[in-house]
Design a protein around this ligand. Structure first.
Ligand code: NDP
Length: 336
């Protein structure tokens, strides 16, 4: 039986990767950085997978060397999904950049040492389409510009992905492993633990009525099950080797997504937009808005043709995914 390491199993996307891998019959290892998260994952998988006995959880922190070699040891494949994901702007950008960049290199070095067959890295459209002045349809040849104006999160994803490609490209033939990068847009959909993740928190804000109107922010949306499927498909598909792959169902302004929720019965979801100036003023008081002020009004459209040509399934629609997640958030008492 082939074995796969999924880093950061406590995360929203990683846990779906773990579940799909277990259901496909793989042996799975996953890393966490606390005992409480370990139990949370084990409990979730014993509820959500019939193969939870094939799951092993080990300890490793992206900021430390210890544990990574042992985590990768014995694995045929590695899905490196873990990376800090927060929308607010931290006072020190290194809180995000250091674990993203150094952690990615730690994982890749352990993959080289342990001669894994293939690594799939979770990057983001934040490494593709941010920090640009021009409006265009972004594709896998584009890189976010890490100059002034980019958020620390987008910078962390861009620098981590660049560091990964640089590392992989310097490996000698006998050190090399196959490598694919997945660049998802905002990910929504069912949560497998009570930790809802950062992207579903957007739905809490929209459907819970905590904002009276939407900032004029544009982004892509995709369901978490398709993102996990993209990782696992890429892990086994030689056609994806050395590719970056944008994974997006569709892009829309926040207000359009909010109207979808409102029409579906979540009546607190705002149907109007907030003037940009008001968002800029509010961002002085509401930390999370710091992440959107520089992209107000800018469309971030992406070319989906590479994923369409490679993947052999249709995505769950962004609208259905968001509605399903919001229904779950209501049942969890997080949207009233
Ligand atoms: P979550 O916040 O749910 O998961 C992040 C994971 O990273 C958690 O398991 C977290 O562990 C782990 N992590 C953070 N810091 C460290 C560290 N120092 N050492 C070890 N583990 C750490 O996020 P998502 O599941 O949404 O995101 C997963 C990946 O997907 C990230 O790389 C993110 O950038 C990327 N992505 C996400 C998108 C989205 O919309 N959700 C869109 C595009 C890309 P712990 O539980 O202990 O905090």
């Amino acid at each position: 039986m082939e074995k796969v390491l999924v880093t950061g199993g406590s995360g929203f996307i990683a846990l779906h990767c773990v579940q799909q891998l277990l259901d496909k019959g793989y042996e799975v290892k996953s890393t966490v950085r606390s005992e409480s998260k370990k139990q949370e994952i084990l409990d979730s998988m014993s509820k959500n997978s019939s193969n939870s006995n094939n799951l092993e959880i080990v300890m490793a922190d992206l900021l430390k060397d210890e544990g990574w070699n042992e985590a990768v040891e014995g694995c045929d494949y590695v899905l490196h999904v873990a990376s800090p994901f927060i929308l607010e702007v931290p006072s020190d950008e290194n809180v995000l950049i250091k674990p993203a960049v150094e952690g990615t290199l730690r994982v890749l070095k352990a993959c080289k040492t342990n001669k894994v067959k293939k690594v799939v890295l979770t990057s983001s459209v934040a490494a593709v389409a941010y920090g640009h002045k021009e409006q265009k349809v972004f594709d896998e040849n584009d890189w976010s510009n890490t100059g002034p104006g980019i958020t620390p999160y987008a910078k962390s994803k861009t620098l981590a992905e660049k560091a990964a490609w640089d590392y992989v490209n310097t490996l000698s033939d006998d050190e090399k492993f196959d490598f694919t990068v997945i660049n998802p847009v905002a990910v929504t959909g069912p949560m497998l633990t009570s930790d809802i993740g950062t992207s579903n928190d957007l739905l809490v804000k929209l459907a819970g009525g905590s904002i009276p109107a939407c900032p004029r922010t544009h982004m892509g949306f995709v369901d978490v099950r398709d993102v996990a499927k993209a990782h696992i498909f890429s892990m086994k598909s030689a056609a994806t080797n050395n590719e970056r792959i944008i994974v997006s169902d569709k892009e829309m302004f926040f207000v359009e997504m909010s109207r979808v929720l409102n029409t579906a019965g979540f009546k607190k979801a705002p149907t109007r937009e907030m003037p940009n100036l008001l968002v800029r003023i509010m961002s002085l008081f509401i930390k999370e808005l710091g992440g959107v002020v520089n992209s107000l009004g800018k469309e971030v459209n992406t070319d989906k043709s590479k994923a369409k040509a490679l993947f052999d399934w249709e995505y769950i629609s962004a609208e259905d995914s968001a509605i399903e997640a919001t229904e779950q958030l209501v049942s969890m008492g997080l949207v009233k």
